[in-house]
Design a binder for this molecule. Structure first.
Ligand SMILES: *[C@@H]1O[C@H](CO)[C@@H](O)[C@H](O)[C@H]1NC(C)=O
Ligand SMILES: *[C@@H]1O[C@H](CO)[C@@H](O)[C@H](O)[C@H]1NC(C)=O
Ligand SMILES: *[C@@H]1O[C@H](CO)[C@@H](O)[C@H](O)[C@H]1NC(C)=O
Length: 164
């Protein structure tokens, strides 16, 4: 995965987050900064489109606000990691980093939930001790699902109908 591929999508992520900011002057200013970032990374090279987008596609099915915060917090962290290795004496890099840090700070529970998910992927389900714990917790896990599951289904059907 090339750096160029990444930077093309900074704009999209910011635009999605911008829905929460409601401040068009910040976005307008960032758009110029992002154009300069794209130039830094040669994002107009023809290979940028190869293999499709890396982030934007993944966001389409994350519709609920709390869900979206989880994946956005991860994506914003990835952009910050990428910018960490760039020349921070450039004004546009500093502006973009500052906005992304602000965003990241507004998504703290998203980061925590992301970490929970990462921790789960590390559990060794073939481990007998883990299996004992898992069996022991199964009833409680299902109990936690019960009251909210039917509600969630209703809401997503509603969203499909009214496309909101
Ligand atoms: C929008 O951004 C501008 C420039 O950063 C700032 O002066 C203004 O206070 C912001 N407005 C809101 C509503 O946040
Ligand atoms: C962008 O392209 C120029 C000219 O081909 C090259 O010198 C530079 O290293 C490239 N930058 C990146 C980040 O790929
Ligand atoms: C989004 O969800 C729909 C329906 O479940 C699925 O067909 C589609 O492939 C999903 N899109 C992505 C990008 O995951």
């Amino acid at each position: 995965m090339t750096c160029q591929t990444y930077s093309l999508f900074v704009l999209s992520v910011i635009m999605i987050c911008f829905g929460r900011f409601g401040n068009s002057s910040i976005l307008a200013q960032l758009e110029n900064d992002i154009d300069q970032l794209k130039a830094d990374f040669n994002s107009s090279n023809s290979d940028v489109a190869d293999g499709g987008p890396i982030f934007v596609d993944k966001l389409t099915n994350w519709t609920e606000r709390n869900e979206k915060r989880i994946i956005l917090s991860q994506i914003v962290s990835m952009y910050l990691e990428m910018l960490e290795k760039t020349d921070k004496s450039k004004a546009h890099i500093r502006h973009i980093s500052e906005e992304l840090y602000t965003l990241k700070n507004s998504l703290p529970d998203g980061l925590k939930k992301m970490k929970d998910l990462m921790d789960l992927t590390k559990l060794q389900m073939s481990d007998l001790k883990i299996q004992r714990k898992a069996a022991n917790e199964l009833f409680s896990v299902l109990q936690k699902l019960e009251p909210s599951a039917p509600l969630k289904k209703k809401r997503s059907q509603f969203q499909k109908k009214c496309k909101c």
